[in-house]
Unconditional design. Structure first.
Length: 331
């Protein structure tokens, strides 16, 4: 299958000079990779590009070329010709970067691969069959006649590697491999990117697994585990990812898995970040969407108000019900 960037998007990018690029809260490799990859691409054709993120840059992605240029919400200006929203399924995922009053009237261009995308932009390019937003940007580079240099390639390959868990997800099509091959030929080093992103586990995170895995549960093909905010703080946890998703999603007896991380929001109230995975043939995308989040059939997430216990009590029965429904539909 060949993908094509819509003409309205290409025109919007060509016609703009001062461009704000933004990606989502709780950013991952595809968020950083697409943000910085597009920045370098548009600079090749002389655009004035500012990259912004709602949260501080996490250490894991500081190696990406241009990461030091990412500005926080309070440094974002008011006057841009275009705001490009990357890897973002809904407008609220821009966090405080986007101010509906200050930024009123500025067109939004959405480039995303989430099937749950709400198409909130003035121009929307959503390719739910693409494995990463970074994969879409290789297509956009051609539409804009931008040669992919090493900097661009490193950013884009990082997004593809992280979103496909190194070419292991069910959406790793020949197109994904072709895009990756092209980026590697352009100078991106696959082993170095894998080493810096997927193959890393802080010792504090490993230690946190002990109490968390002691409470792991399996019921009707659903496996789950979660960490309280107190446990996260006590462990001196350096990022917010428990890195347990791939462990739980490999459990033979489970078709769906969930990892819960309890946090405290800006109002001092407990909220729980939920991260879901489904085995091929199962879908956790709809569940996350109903809980106010988003994602894809094999992987999705949401943030639910409440303590760890409250949220598990609310979400797990929904998940079990969802799996039953999907099993029924299969038979
Ligand atoms: Mn993505």
């Amino acid at each position: 299958m060949t993908y094509q960037a819509p003409a309205e998007l290409v025109d919007a990018l060509r016609g703009a000079n001062k461009i704000l690029c933004v990606s989502h809260i709780n950013a991952d490799g595809d968020a950083y990779g697409s943000l910085l990859g597009l920045m370098w691409m548009l600079r090749v054709v002389g655009k004035q590009v500012t990259p912004a993120m709602p949260d501080p840059v996490i250490q894991e992605f500081e190696f990406l070329p241009g990461a030091g240029e990412i500005i926080p919400p309070q440094a974002v200006g008011a006057i841009y010709d275009l705001i490009v929203c990357l890897d973002m399924s809904s407008q609220d995922r821009m966090g405080a970067v986007f101010d509906p009053v200050r930024h009123a009237g500025i067109p939004l261009a959405v480039i995303d691969h989430h099937v749950t995308n709400t198409r909130f932009g003035s121009v929307n390019w959503v390719e739910a069959n693409c494995a990463a937003t970074c994969q879409m940007l290789t297509v956009l580079a051609d539409a804009l006649d931008i040669p992919i240099d090493r900097q661009i390639a490193v950013c884009l390959l990082t997004g593809i590697v992280t979103d496909t868990l190194c070419f292991r997800t069910s959406n790793t099509t020949p197109d994904v491999l072709e895009a990756a091959m092209r980026l590697q030929r352009a100078g991106a080093e696959l082993p170095a990117i894998v080493q810096r992103t997927l193959n890393r586990l802080p010792f504090n995170t490993l230690r946190l697994w002990a109490p968390v895995l002691a409470r792991v549960q399996l019921r009707e093909g659903v496996v789950w585990a979660g960490a309280t905010n107190a446990e996260l703080n006590a462990a001196g946890h350096e990022d917010d990812d428990l890195r347990l998703n791939s462990v739980l999603s490999s459990v033979n007896e489970a078709d769906m898995s969930a990892v819960f991380t309890e946090k405290v929001n800006d109002n001092g109230e407990p909220v729980v970040e939920c991260s879901f995975r489904a085995k091929p043939g199962f879908n956790v995308g709809d569940l996350a969407f109903r809980l106010g989040g988003g994602g894809h059939a094999p992987a999705s997430g949401c943030t639910v108000p409440g303590t760890l216990d409250q949220v598990i009590e609310q979400v797990i029965p929904m998940m079990i019900e969802e799996r039953r429904r999907q099993l029924d539909a299969m038979s």
